[in-house]
Ligand binder design. Structure first.
Ligand code: EPU
Length: 299
């Protein structure tokens, strides 16, 4: 892969790693390497990266905090883009927060609470970066991040920047129309409230999350909930809690989680996913749709 031309430029805002280990870059803790990882720290670097990818005809995938992703292959023949540096900045102003896409949702929940801004309480406990949360419209049954977006700044794959107001974006259950774009910044529209009230709501959200596995290696919910149903409830009803393949197991706390207990590979996880899907289809006639993103080498 020819990255020499880009590497030679000073302050490029890009750090390139070939054969990059991704083990620490996914909450599932799966072992994987990417052909090339580009850590981009500024908008200048991002434009440069996008021009390089276009010029070289390279497809790439964007990786946030890796909390909603499964690496399907140990060697990912892919170019992976990550944002850090400037994309990790945020500013609280009036009743809103302007924030880079790399800032974690957990941090934004804390900062909003401190600043007496309500609207993000339901995001308590949702892992991942804001960018990933926006693309997948992360949320709970009562709330999703799309509810408090006033605008999003994105770069298209040719390197052009666009500011999209909420009315130009369609958010629906665990999806948005932003999939192809690279999210750089966003503005969250919140509402002033007392720190105490916000704290009480966070406590209630925390209590609701009690049934989910904590402190384990997972990618959160694997499947979307079918209309009017809970994927976790169906998987439990099919008797699949505890089903194991290698070091990967269907959580006994919440059946819509697969937990990496040690030495699991992406193919173990994929095997479990296929098995769950086929058993749920057989028993209930329902096709479970993936909620996590599966990354595999381009074939
Ligand atoms: N249930 C079971 N068995 C299980 C799991 C759940 O019977 O193994 C039952 C629960 O008792 C409850 C119902 O199913 O009555 C719903 O469960 P829960 O409240 O845990 O919510 P969920 O619908 O399974 C959704 C989101 C979660 C989010 C919670 C917040 C989806 C696919 N999942 O889960 O999001 O944290 O609500 O309450 O929309 C994620 O996106 O990664 C994720 C985990």
């Amino acid at each position: 892969m020819d990255i020499a031309g880009v590497q030679k430029q000073p302050d490029a805002g890009i750090q390139w790693t070939e054969q990059a280990a991704l083990d620490a870059l996914n909450s599932m803790g799966l072992r994987a390497k990417a052909r090339l990882l580009a850590d981009v720290t500024s908008e200048v670097g991002l434009v440069r990266f996008l021009k390089w990818a276009r010029g070289a005809g390279k497809e790439f995938v964007v990786l946030g905090e890796g909390t909603n992703v499964i690496f399907g292959d140990e060697f990912l023949d892919l170019v992976v883009l990550r944002l850090s540096g400037d994309f990790n900045r945020f500013a609280v102003k009036g009743e809103g927060i302007t924030t880079g896409a790399a800032v974690s949702l957990a941090r934004l929940v804390r900062e909003a609470h401190k600043a007496g801004l309500s609207g993000l309480e339901d995001a308590w406990g949702i892992p991942g970066s804001l960018g990933g949360a926006i693309v997948g419209n992360a949320g709970t049954p009562n709330w999703a991040i799309g509810d408090c977006i006033s605008w999003v700044e994105v770069f298209d794959r040719s390197g052009m920047k666009h500011r999209l107001t909420a009315s130009k974006i369609s958010f629906s259950y665990r999806q948005s129309t932003l999939g192809e774009q690279i999210i750089a910044r966003a503005h969250l529209r919140l509402e002033g409230d007392s720190v105490e009230h916000i704290g009480e709501r966070i406590k209630r959200v925390r209590a609701r999350r009690g049934g989910q596995p904590h402190g384990v290696r997972s990618a959160g919910c694997i499947f979307k909930n079918p209309a009017g149903e809970s994927a976790g409830r169906l998987i439990e009803a099919a008797g699949l809690k505890g089903l194991r393949r290698g070091g990967a197991v269907v959580s006994t706390d919440h059946a819509n989680f697969i937990v990496h207990e040690g030495n699991a590979t992406g193919s173990d996880v994929i095997w479990l996913i296929d098995e769950i899907r086929s058993q749920i289809h057989e028993r209930f006639g329902i096709n479970l749709e993936m909620e996590v993103r599966l990354l595999r080498s381009a074939k």
